[in-house]
Design a protein around this ligand. Sequence first.
Ligand SMILES: Nc1ncnc2c1ncn2[C@@H]1O[C@H](COP(=O)(O)OP(=O)(O)O)[C@@H](O)[C@H]1O
Ligand SMILES: [Mg+2]
Length: 234
Amino acid sequence: MLLNVQDLHVSYGAIRAVHGVSFEVDEGEIVTLIGANGAGKSTILNTIAGLLSPNSGRITYQGQDIGGLDAHKVVQRGLALVPEGRRIFGNLTVSENLRLAGYQLQADERARRMKRVFELFPRLGERRDQLGDTLSGGEQQMLAVGRALVTGGHLMLLDEPSMGLAPILVQHIFSILKEINAQGTTILLVEQNAHMALKIAQRAYVLETGHIVLSGPAAQLASNPDVQKAYLGA
Ligand SMILES: Nc1ncnc2c1ncn2[C@@H]1O[C@H](COP(=O)(O)OP(=O)(O)O)[C@@H](O)[C@H]1O
Ligand SMILES: [Mg+2]
């Protein structure tokens, strides 16, 4: 087991956002956590990434406790977060954004990783000198994924990469995620877009108001009538 989350509770002051969530991610998998707006998806990812502290519960990565570690230490362990809403630097170019993501690396290693990003996303290569703000939403999402690839990591945490993107772009980005996974990166994907997430994941968990209410193989959840009614518009 690569990531294990046990009985996680997270609050914002008096507001309890996550109440006793447990799930796991195995080496090599794509696992998705699907849920409506406000279900607690970002809270869970941000807690794993060290941006929020859990009230209680246990988070282990490669068998070691990472719950409550600072975000930069979590990155050092090999987890890379692609945050909700992309969070790129709009006043920096594509190349500068990528370089900054790899500031801690030796120059040749950073260059090697940036080259890989431009191979996975040729559109970013073509726009390497363009400012972040002037990219389309889809290109900004590519850049956010690219930044996580340059930072490096064995487990990529993705917070709603489909948000605000046209279906064709979502398909494109998800196909690249599959490729990144096939090249050896394990993926934990949280999504409101259950349709696409269940297509690329092997396993899935359904999150409702801070609780996991269903879990299983993604294909099985996709054919579950309750999931279809609530999340797939059937
Ligand atoms: N900074 C915050 N302060 C107070 N409540 C928050 C904050 N961020 C999120 N919440 C609340 O926590 C719950 C879970 O939110 P979130 O994790 O963002 O859900 P999701 O990512 O699934 O949309 C929601 O009820 C939301 O209103
Ligand atoms: Mg969210």
